[in-house]
Design a protein around this ligand. Structure first.
Ligand code: NAG
Ligand code: NAG
Length: 188
């Protein structure tokens, strides 16, 4: 009986550990300066910052598919992304505190608007923080993007609980399949 249930547990955990492990990407080589700061959510307790990288904004990968600089943002709501968990285990954010950020994004979606803009270049990173949890949206495209707040919320609610120490991880990200953007969840 004991070996049967152990086999079952191993099979279940093999199914769960499907997310590849990676090391945390450096978003800004230099200092991430806050350009503007607002508090969102029902209790106005989740900090949202538009930032500027004083130094080198690190883009994970440049692709020939990227469009030239344009006046209008490219809407990437609903676009697919691939999740990576950051190794090793330990020091990740509390998924419950990440969930507060996700709910604040859903609240802002209903009360402020479904879509938000993300600039490009040095200003390509938006940061959301609540207690132990920090989430980044990084635009890697050559032009501005627009994204849905509820999609960001859903990614946070997927990454935070699935990239924990039990997965040998401390947070993770989801990189758009076309590399235009990624959402990261980590300890603040
Ligand atoms: C941007 O969008 C507006 C409104 O849809 C349109 O009139 C304008 O031509 C667009 N600009 C560019 C550069 O595509
Ligand atoms: C970043 O934003 C600041 C403040 O809005 C602006 O002055 C600056 O030109 C922007 N930088 C880039 C590279 O777009």
């Amino acid at each position: 009986m004991k070996s049967l249930s152990l086999t079952f547990l191993l099979a279940v955990s093999a199914l769960v550990v499907a997310i590849p492990l990676a090391s945390d990407p450096v978003i800004c080589q230099g200092e991430l300066i806050t350009l503007s700061e607002t508090f969102i959510g029902k209790n106005n307790d989740v900090k949202m910052e538009y930032t500027s990288c004083k130094g080198t904004q690190v883009h994970q990968k440049k692709s020939a598919l990227f469009e030239a600089r344009q006046a209008n943002a490219t809407n990437v709501c609903g676009a697919n992304c691939n999740t990576n968990c950051f190794t090793p285990s330990g020091g990740g954010p509390d998924p419950n505190e990440c969930h507060v950020i996700a709910d604040a994004l859903r609240f802002a979606s209903e009360n402020t608007g479904a879509i938000f803009p993300i600039p490009t270049g040095a200003n390509a990173t938006i940061v959301m923080s609540y207690r132990s949890c920090r989430s980044f949206f990084v635009n890697q495209d050559l032009g501005p993007l627009a994204y849905c707040r509820t999609d960001w919320a859903d990614l946070i609610d997927f990454i935070a609980p699935n990239c924990q120490s039990t997965q040998n991880a401390h947070g993770g990200n989801c990189v758009a399949t076309d590399q235009r953007w990624f959402v990261q969840v980590q300890h603040s």
